[in-house]
Ligand binder design. Sequence first.
Ligand SMILES: NC(=O)c1ccc[n+]([C@@H]2O[C@H](COP(=O)([O-])OP(=O)(O)OC[C@H]3O[C@@H](n4cnc5c(N)ncnc54)[C@H](OP(=O)(O)O)[C@@H]3O)[C@@H](O)[C@H]2O)c1
Length: 251
Amino acid sequence: MNIGGNTVLITGGATGIGFAFAEYFIEAGNEVVICGRREKKLIEARGKHPELHIRVCDIASDYDRRSLFDWISSGFSNLNVLVNNAGIQREINFTNGLSEFIRGENEISINLEAQIILTGLFIPLLKGNKESAIINVTSGLGFIPAARTPVYSATKAGMHAFTMALRYQLSPAGIKVFEVVPPAVDTELNPEGRAERGNYKPDIKPDEFVGAVMEGLKNDVPEIGYGSTEKLIKASRQELDTIFRQMNSRW
Ligand SMILES: NC(=O)c1ccc[n+]([C@@H]2O[C@H](COP(=O)([O-])OP(=O)(O)OC[C@H]3O[C@@H](n4cnc5c(N)ncnc54)[C@H](OP(=O)(O)O)[C@@H]3O)[C@@H](O)[C@H]2O)c1
């Protein structure tokens, strides 16, 4: 895809991987809109890049999603790139049934349902504009589930499948569909889980990861991995099973 001259919406764009996307897209000469639930984080992001457009939005709320779409359609009608990046991660133990799942935020609503509905909402706008693209941020855990994050892994596997199908459906309309598959990146994702694992801090910074992703986008690579996920997205079923067993051996 052409990485300059677009109008780009990045969900969850105030922090982590989303914010790194925002910085790269600004640098490459795009108009960039970010959204998220915490206004403070959005304002902080705009403090670093005054040209950023910000919008408070909970993508799990149908009202917020539709308001976001109406606001974009009237103020940024040439929007041609949607980055479905917002997401949460929880560690949920199903050994005792449903109780842990229902105690916290719903990953299925945020990581899967919202992404699918937002994509559907924006497709008519993207179809009307030139050189449109959808960039879905999934995870290595969508290829190899982690036993400690079963629902998260399922939502990312779901987004992987949705992205593949969408790429096929939207190809005649000229909309490019990319899947970005992060490895472990040092962000605010799942702070409780990382604290439990001795304040685990992945080596890879969002900047480094997104820098590599931008090269993949430039070269029209449909599924973009980095580090461990570069191998994962090309692995055979047998290789995936072996890594799955190794990765989950201490669960
Ligand atoms: N970091 C990793 O190791 C890693 C690995 C694989 C995949 N990923 C994926 O990368 C994406 C970005 O995550 P990150 O690592 O950069 O973590 P992050 O810094 O926590 O970013 C997630 C962003 O999503 C926003 N968000 C969450 N729920 C939302 C909602 N309901 N409505 C609107 N915005 C929402 C958050 O903002 P608010 O809380 O203010 O809403 C936050 O800005 C996620 O999809 C994640 O699953 C990350």
